[in-house]
Write a protein that binds this ligand. Structure first.
Ligand SMILES: *[C@@H]1O[C@H](CO)[C@@H](O)[C@H](O)[C@H]1NC(C)=O
Ligand SMILES: *[C@@H]1O[C@H](CO)[C@@H](O)[C@H](O)[C@H]1NC(C)=O
Ligand SMILES: *[C@@H]1O[C@H](CO)[C@@H](O)[C@H](O)[C@H]1NC(C)=O
Length: 336
């Protein structure tokens, strides 16, 4: 009897979405992973009278300072040459303006620079060393992003024949040796072995803030995939992929295997589902399953919030992990 009741409760939870929240009051702050300090920083920024843009910038910026999971900010995810490079974006759902930086080098506060792209340029995305020069002009310090930790990750990788890496169809065999590689004349189209990718190398912070008045702002910040090929840019700084905000429909942000996710514009798609009235958790679920139809082994997660303050999250294991603060519970908690 008790077991049956427990089972019914579990099924009810699954139907409602274990990751769906009842919270339906503004303001709302929600972000990927268990990055609680980031959520609280964003929430406090709103409480102190800051704008939604300020909240996303400060919240994601907190993760850059804290080097969240080694996947955000300086000193993490060294690329094939040992360097840490950063990707970030911020989107204003009132004006549909986006500021983004990709492959940013030698500057720690990537989302701060992204915000300056909105405020001081008519562009959307700046990349590489040129983005660093822009940052310096905007007053950001130019510094080394390398740490003891990133150096040791890098030297361990060199010492294990540069495994894993992101090359294919090259000589020497990239599954056995380090480069430099040359292309193989005969290209094979075997399915890639995503199992080599480490889930914990992709813990991007993605955040959605919806203010009291309904303004939706989203943002992301990451140092990308560990051992990436220099020049690689993932989903995070791409509008509609890493995040998307539209104050007439909602906001969404993604984390996970960015090389796969950016091909499906999951954040854009989730916001469009919510525009049609789809429940936020269901919107997240629908974009995840659309990707899984093509790439069954992909891993990632999407967070979704609609304009009336309901929110949800779903990952590729049909589970959830996010942190949120909302006006209804007047506090912050962590799911998953
Ligand atoms: C490199 O790997 C070998 C064996 O796998 C190990 O004995 C050695 O200590 C490693 N060196 C460094 C610098 O990690
Ligand atoms: C937001 O989602 C909740 C829960 O599904 C729903 O009740 C509400 O109507 C939605 N709001 C909008 C504006 O669609
Ligand atoms: C999905 O969420 C669960 C529970 O929070 C977590 O343990 C798991 O690693 C996540 N899986 C993916 C693929 O993100």
């Amino acid at each position: 009897m008790a077991a049956a009741v427990v089972r019914i409760v579990l099924i009810a939870l699954q139907l409602a979405g274990p990751c769906g929240a009842a919270g339906a009051a503004l303001p709302v702050v929600i972000n990927t992973w268990a990055f609680r300090k980031a959520t609280e920083t964003a929430w406090r920024t709103l409480q102190l009278g800051g704008s939604e843009l300020d909240a996303v910038e400060k919240g994601c910026g907190q993760c850059e300072i804290d080097q969240c999971d080694g996947s955000v900010g300086y000193g993490g995810s060294p690329d094939e040459s040992g360097e840490t490079t950063l990707d970030a974006m911020i989107m204003n759902g009132n004006t549909m303006e986006v500021g983004a930086v990709a492959d940013l080098r030698h500057v720690k506060n990537a989302i701060g620079v992204a915000r300056k792209v909105i405020e001081h340029t008519k562009h959307t995305l700046l990349v590489g060393e040129s983005a660093s020069l822009f940052a310096v002009r905007m007053g950001f310090p130019y510094e080394d992003l390398t740490t003891q930790r990133s150096l040791s990750v890098y030297s361990r990788w060199l010492n294990q024949s540069c495994q894993p890496n992101y090359w294919k169809n090259v000589v020497p065999d990239s599954s056995k040796s380090c480069g430099p590689y040359k292309r193989l004349e005969k290209v094979s189209f075997e399915e890639e072995t995503i199992s080599q990718r480490n889930i914990h190398n992709h813990d991007t912070i993605g955040m959605v803030v919806i203010g009291k008045s309904g303004t939706v702002v989203s943002g992301t910040s990451t140092n990308g995939g560990v051992h990436k090929i220099p020049g690689r840019v993932g989903d995070s700084p791409i509008a509609g992929a890493g995040s998307y905000a539209d104050s007439t429909a909602g906001g969404a942000a993604a984390t996970g295997d960015g090389d796969t996710m950016m091909r499906f514009l999951p954040s854009y798609q989730a916001v469009e589902y919510m525009r049609m009235g789809t429940d936020p958790t269901v919107a997240c679920q629908k974009v995840i399953s659309r990707i899984q139809q093509h790439v069954p082994k992909f891993f990632g997660a999407v967070i979704c919030a609609n304009t009336t303050g309901s929110y949800g999250d779903l990952n590729s294991s049909q589970s959830c992990m996010f942190t949120q603060c909302d006006a209804e519970t007047t506090g912050c908690s962590h799911e998953g």
